[in-house]
Design a protein around this ligand. Structure first.
Ligand code: ATP
Ligand code: MG
Length: 287
């Protein structure tokens, strides 16, 4: 087991204990890699301010999500994690009174340029929400609908099956594909939404607490899937589960009160953070 694997096995109990700074395990992501990863990051925000009416929920965040890596966004409830994530696929457009300022870029695409079609943004940058939101249609149509609307010409039944298998749901629904998705349990609905996102083959996957309604077995399937997907995708996951962040992510962003407090390699954030506030949060002393 590599030191990083060990670091990622940090137990909740260990996280509760303040570790002496000298116990920082060696990371297999050297700081040179980190600089490279940040330089080459294709999804970036600069000076991002997001307000709901007069209230600023995100207060000037500069962040880059390294490509083909998993970045965990952590922080106390209400600190702006979902708001920030939604801005990257133009989902705040649907919220009356929400205003996004600053620069949000994906590759050379300015996500808020007036000539950019938000639909194209959402095709390339997929999102799985905190609360599952299946369409009131069959399980099959939940997955097939968007690819078909966007001109998918391949074998749609195969796409549905592959997407459901990747999201660890196939075995539970293969004999009821034409039943309503609303009859699924909350955890199944969440996996259906993950399958639906995957079927669109986005380039970036934003996941807002995708496992909060899942049991440990499904959670572990989704974590395995994320590790597999990062070969092709850039993944950002919001999670309140510190063990999950430590297990799956390469980088971690810690937010508090609308600010990005610290961004670093995950092993550094959990064992040797620079900011006291980060240390207090990851060790369970607040939040
Ligand atoms: N649709 C909305 N209208 C008005 N205010 C909102 C809206 N959505 C979020 N907010 C406010 O913005 C702030 C950030 O909320 P956000 O949902 O981004 O937090 P979060 O970090 O995702 O929290 P949680 O961990 O509880 O999901 C909070 O003060 C919240 O009340
Ligand atoms: Mg949230």
């Amino acid at each position: 087991m590599t030191p990083v694997d060990e670091a990622k096995k940090i137990s909740e109990k260990e996280l509760m204990n303040k570790r002496p700074k000298s116990t920082k395990p060696e990371s297999n992501i050297s700081s040179g890699d980190k600089e490279n990863d940040l330089r080459n990051a294709e999804l970036k925000g600069e000076g991002v301010v997001i307000s709901y009416g007069a209230d600023q929920a995100v207060k000037g965040v500069d962040i880059a999500f390294p490509s083909n890596k998993i970045t965990a966004v952590i922080g106390p409830s209400g600190c702006g994690k979902s708001t920030l994530l939604r801005a990257f696929n133009r989902m705040n457009d649907f919220i009356l009174g929400a205003k996004v300022e600053g620069s949000l870029m994906y590759k050379d695409m300015d996500l808020y340029d007036k000539n950019i079609d938000p639909v194209e943004v959402r095709l390339r940058i997929g999102m799985v929400f905190q609360k599952p939101n299946p369409f009131p249609k069959t399980i099959f149509k939940n997955i097939a609908w968007a690819p078909q609307m966007n001109g998918y010409t391949g074998d749609i039944a195969e796409l549905v099956e592959t997407s459901l298998k990747r999201a660890a749901l196939w075995n539970e629904v293969s004999d009821r594909l034409h039943d309503s998705a609303l009859g699924l349990s909350g955890g199944q609905q969440q996996r259906l939404c993950i399958a639906r996102s995957l079927a669109m083959k986005p380039e970036v996957l934003l996941m807002d607490e995708p496992c909060s309604a899942l049991d440990p077995v499904s959670t572990s399937h989704i974590e395995d899937l994320m590790l597999e997907l990062k070969e092709q995708y850039t993944i950002v996951i919001v999670t309140h589960n510190m063990q999950q962040a430590a297990r799956v992510s390469d980088y971690t962003a810690f937010m508090d009160s609308g600010n990005l407090v610290e961004f670093d390699e995950t092993s550094t954030i959990f064992t040797n953070p620079k900011e006291q506030r980060t240390e207090d949060y990851v060790s369970g002393r607040f939040g």
